[in-house]
Each structure stands twice: as C-alpha cells, then as structure tokens.
Design a binder for this molecule. Structure first.
Ligand code: MG
Length: 425
C-alpha cells in the first residue's frame, strides 16, 4: 500500500483584493478551484464547487472504474450546483470556477479537471504536466497559431474555454495515475503557473525540503514574481506505507534528487493535445465529448478523434465568442492595460482573429504609465487580467504608485474617469 500525504495552502497574492481560490485536502480527496466573477461571486463559485468533491472524502470504492465514475460525477454535480446558483441569483450571474480534483483509490490517483488549474507529476527526476489547460492560448498552441513560449507570456493566457458553472453542460477530462513511491503530484491554480516557470517549480519539488517548506517556497516564489493572482497549491507525496509510522503533520523531507537536474517534459510546439500518448506509461485517460455522447478509455486509439473534437469545440467557442453565442466567456474577461501611455480597462482579448478585434476599451482612467512603479508598468504592458469590471477598477485603484507621485491621497481610484463606454472597433 502506498502512503500519500498532502499539504495545501492558499495565498491572496500581491495584487488582488480578495482570494477567490479555494482548496480541499482531505484523507483521500484533494482539489483546487479558482473562482471568477465580481465581488464575492468567485469565492462562492470555488467554495461551492468543492462541496461535491468533499463529500467523496474517505469513501471506499469497489474498483477504479467506480472511483473514476464517482469523481467525474462529483465534478458534473459541482457544475450543476454552481450554474444553478449563477442562474438564480443576479449577483452571482456569470460566476464560474476551475476545478482540478484528485482522488486516491488504492495505489491509484484519479484526476478530473475543468479549466486551467493544473496537475503536475514529478517522478524519477522527470517533471510533467498531467492536465491540459482548457484555455484559449492552449487552443491556439494546439492549432499551431502560437508557440509555447508565446503562450506562456500571452496576456490573455488566463482566458479559459471551459469552466465549472458557466453552462449547464460541462466537459470533464479525467485520467488515472498509477502511483509509485517517491511521486510528487502538485495541484495548483494559475497564480503559481502564470508567473513561476515549470523549471523553477520542478526545482523546488526536487530540492528535498520538507513538505511544508516546499509548499511555502512555491507560494513565496509566486509572490516574489509579483503575485498578480491568487495562489493555491496542494502537494501530494507518495511513499511506501509504514503501518507503524504515525501521521506526521509537519511533513517529511524527500531525498533531494541527486541524479542531476530535473528534466521538465513539455509538449513540443504543434504536438497534439493527446495526453494518452504522453501518459501511456502512467495510466489511462478518458474524456467526455462536449456533447456528452460517449466516454473513451483507450485514448491511444481515439486520440485523433479527441483532438478533432477538441479543435471543433475550440473553434465553436471562438465562433461563439465572435457571434455572441458564448459571449459570457469573453465578456467576463477584463484586463487592465495601456493605450498611449494611459491606463485603461479592456474587455475581451487584445489580439485579432481574422480581421476582428476581440478587445475594446470600456473605461479610461486618469492614471498614466509613468505614475506607476516600473514593475507594474511592465505588467500593464502585458495586460493585468481581472475577474470583472469591479475587479479591474480595484486593480487600477490599488495600482502601486511611485512614492513621489503627486497624488496626495495615494488613492488612484479618485483618478478613475468614469468615461462613457467606448463602443470599440
Ligand atoms: Mg487564478
């Protein structure tokens, strides 16, 4: 039997006014959710989505198939509850959340996910991302339109193409990992992966620190990189079980990897988004079609079909964005950026698809690029993602100003001009 210990932590970061992430680390179930929506809605979405997952904690299953089924059903149930709340309560309209949930069953770890909160595995010095991001930029990478490097720094990398709670239907990816002693599985929100590169995450896991210290270090690294978003981490460590050993709340150090540097395995540009091929040695993978038609367990055979489905789905999402059909995914997306050295609030994406521009300025501010600290100006150039208009406004209001900026109150909110809505291009 495998022994698996989990340490989880969440942190608001340096920029956001509140923490909309949530996590649950129980005995057999571990999950991370990254909520979105104005004011409290994001927090409600992430906390609510965790409930059906939490209910699975400690449950015993007959076999792997039953466990996977239950986990997937819990994710679908999370979608049902969050989408119903969003429909019923005006202040929750448009809220949603990512959900990356894992469940231990024997020596297996089942993973189900929707959105861009990731699961990684460090095994024998190889660090790989287990989950595929359900994001627009991942879609563009899959289509060969942008490179992985471009994706990693893309200002709209946080736009997700799938989320819990935004629709009555949800497509869930799941996979099963056969655990080995020494495995480290990291679940995290994009507050970590958006600013700390895989190489550095891998480095921290391989350092051989205690469990708690490793989680702490990862959060510190995200904050040192500006902490632009909420950061949530659960780190699972598997070892050979020792029936005599009691629980160790402090966590144990793992041996540092002394076989040289950790190898980070990422997809090559243009490589298919077919996990099963990549993960053939780890376990199996299944995925619902967006239309809930069938479930595929042997993705080695059906990978091509899955890829086609994924592309079709992505194109549908894009077409929907343009046509207004799936507009909420886009309309929820705000970011604070620059136009002619002025700080402005955008809605949408700041690149074009065909000749159609996907972003428009919804609010201009009196704040200029030179008023803010240089590191924040750099972030503005990339675009600072916001959970909604209110969030975008508070990002502007909380913008770190130069100490010598002649803004007596230090409150940039006073400078925000509530300019009338720009109709865009
Ligand atoms: Mg996030």
């Amino acid at each position: 039997m495998m022994r698996v210990e989990a340490v989880g932590a969440t942190d608001t970061g340096q920029v956001r006014p509140a923490n909309e992430d949530a996590y649950f680390a129980g005995d057999s179930v571990f999950a991370v959710a990254d909520g979105m929506g104005g004011h409290l809605a994001g927090e409600v979405a992430s906390a609510t989505a965790l409930e059906p997952i939490r209910n699975l904690d400690g449950k015993v299953f007959q076999d792997a198939a039953e466990a996977v089924k239950s986990l997937r059903e819990a994710v679908v149930q999370a979608n049902d509850v969050v989408s119903r709340m969003a429909a019923d309560e005006p202040s929750y309209r448009g809220m949603g959340t990512t959900l990356t949930a894992t469940m231990l069953e024997g020596d297996r770890l089942h993973v189900a996910h929707v959105g861009d909160s990731r699961a990684y595995l460090l095994r024998n010095g190889a660090f790989s991302q287990l989950t595929d991001d359900h994001t627009l930029v991942q879609h563009l990478v899959d289509e060969g339109q942008i490179t992985l490097e471009e994706a990693a720094n893309h200002p709209q990398r946080s736009i997700i193409t799938r989320a819990i709670g935004v629709s009555q239907e949800v497509e869930v990816d799941s996979m099963t990992l056969d655990l080995e002693p020494g495995d480290q599985v990291l679940l995290c929100s994009d507050g970590l992966t958006g600013v700390v590169e895989d190489e550095h995450i891998a480095e921290e896991l391989a350092r051989g620190e205690t469990h708690d210290a490793t989680v702490r270090r990862l959060i510190d690294r995200a904050n040192e990189a500006g902490g632009p978003d909420n950061i949530t981490i659960i780190l699972l460590r598997a070892s050979d079980s020792d029936p005599d050993a009691g629980p160790d709340p402090g966590g144990e150090a793992v041996p540092a990897s002394d076989d040289g540097p950790v190898v980070v395995r990422t997809r090559q540009d243009g490589e298919s988004g077919d996990w099963a091929k990549r993960l053939g040695s780890y376990g199996s993978m299944s995925r619902d079609s967006p239309w809930g038609a069938d479930e595929r367990d042997d993705a080695g055979r059906s990978g091509r079909g899955l890829k086609a489905l994924a592309i079709a789905f992505g194109v549908l999402v894009l077409a929907g964005l343009l046509a207004g059909g799936a507009y909420f995914l886009l309309s929820q997306e705000y970011f604070v950026g620059l136009e002619d050295e002025q700080v402005v609030i955008y809605q949408g994406l700041d690149f074009e698809v065909g000749s159609v521009e996907l972003a428009r300025i919804v609010e201009r501010t009196e704040l200029s690029a030179e008023d803010v600290q240089p590191w924040f100006r750099d972030r503005l150039e990339d675009g600072v993602p916001a959970a909604g208009l209110a969030d975008a406004r508070s990002i502007v209001a909380d913008a770190p100003l130069h100490a010598d900026a002649d803004d007596e109150g230090g409150d940039a909110a006073d400078d925000v001009a509530r300019a009338e809505t720009d109709e865009g291009p």
